[in-house]
Design a protein around this ligand. Structure first.
Ligand code: MG
Length: 338
């Protein structure tokens, strides 16, 4: 694949790009030279929070426009998140034209569920096409909620309704024990935006681990996003869900793809995310795909902490996170016009 030679802040990272075997081409008179789009891609697997949308906010209409362009060209998109499928739909796919969003799959609650759209109407199908939650008894579901209440009491948490983190920080004036709780069914998430050093989250994680284990609940606490402590269902992971989608013909068919179109995978598949350090959710997507597939990181992370042997490259434009993704997609049009 040919990419434009990056300039400015992107250049120090070019060593990694050379290692990945991509060809670098310098175009004279082209001021904004950044990581190029792979036009041969058929399937994009992306994270949601901070990659496509800001946390608990709807997606920028300009980015929706770019996503619709990709879908109308016959590319397909899998959105993966710690959010429920309803949350992903509300913030992204409900804003995409029904006829185009048929080419999307929603991987909710860190892979515990996969949802699709009706092939005729483009409406969201509420019943998941894959779910791990059905195996959990009503008694255990209830006990899980009791443990959440116990943690709230033990850590003296003050619970607020769900809102964007910046609003929350303003409202709670930075008080560490202020929290939000999102019960998404197969996953319960504590959001602690004021716990910037992560000390409270670490203590809560330890306690939750013990309580869940003692009660025999098939769930475990993990750190997710920037401020989240997720109590996630055992076995649920972005890796598992993405592996399922890529290996079972029926999932690809749902979004208008054939398995044979997926080769060579490094040409056909691309990953977008912002948390690729080992153990964080987007690294799970990278681990689910063949080694040569490119993952683009829209956050400045520590490369040394990435999982080994994966082709994770940084977006080298001026902006980061969802604004960086918008810049990446808009740049694609500019390049075509050159
Ligand atoms: Mg993210």
């Amino acid at each position: 694949m040919t990419i434009l030679c990056p300039s400015g802040r992107g250049f120090p990272r070019s060593g990694a790009r050379e290692k990945s075997g991509e060809k670098i081409l310098i175009r004279e008179g082209y001021s904004q030279q950044m990581l190029g789009f792979n036009e041969n891609v058929r399937l994009i697997i992306t994270d949601v929070d901070d990659t496509v949308s800001r946390v608990y906010r709807k997606t920028d209409p300009k980015l929706i426009f770019e996503l619709e362009n990709l879908l109308s060209e016959g590319k397909s998109i899998v959105f993966t998140s710690g959010q429920s499928f309803r949350g992903i739909h509300e913030r992204i796919t409900s804003l995409i034209a029904p006829d185009l969003r048929k080419r999307c799959l929603l991987v909710g609650c860190l892979g515990a569920e996969i949802n699709r759209f009706d092939p005729k109407t483009g409406e969201l199908v509420e019943k998941p096409v894959f779910s791990l939650y059905g195996k959990v008894s009503a008694r255990k579901r209830g006990k899980w909620r009791e443990i959440v209440k116990q943690i709230v009491l033990e850590f003296d948490l003050k619970i607020f309704p769900i809102m964007p983190p910046e609003d929350f920080v303003r409202l709670t004036k930075g008080r560490k024990n202020s929290a939000m709780i999102a019960d998404r069914g197969p996953q319960i998430t504590f959001e602690l935006p004021n716990d910037t050093e992560g000390l409270l989250k670490a203590r809560m994680k330890k306690r939750a681990e013990l309580l869940l284990k003692k009660a025999g609940i098939p769930a475990r606490p993990t750190l997710g996003g920037v401020s989240a402590l997720d109590l996630r269902l055992d076995g649920a992971s972005k890796e598992l869900a993405v592996r399922k989608i890529l290996s079972e013909r029926k999932f690809l068919k749902m979004i208008g793809l054939e398995k044979r179109e997926m080769v060579p995978s490094e040409e056909r598949i691309e990953i977008w995310g912002d948390r690729f350090e080992k153990g964080l959710p987007d690294s799970e997507i990278s681990l689910a795909v063949p080694r040569g597939v490119r993952s683009i990181d829209f956050r400045d992370e520590d490369r040394k902490k990435f999982p080994k042997g994966r082709k994770i490259v940084f977006w080298d434009g001026k902006k980061r996170l969802s604004l960086g993704l918008l810049e990446y997609l808009k740049n694609r049009k500019k390049r075509r016009a050159v």
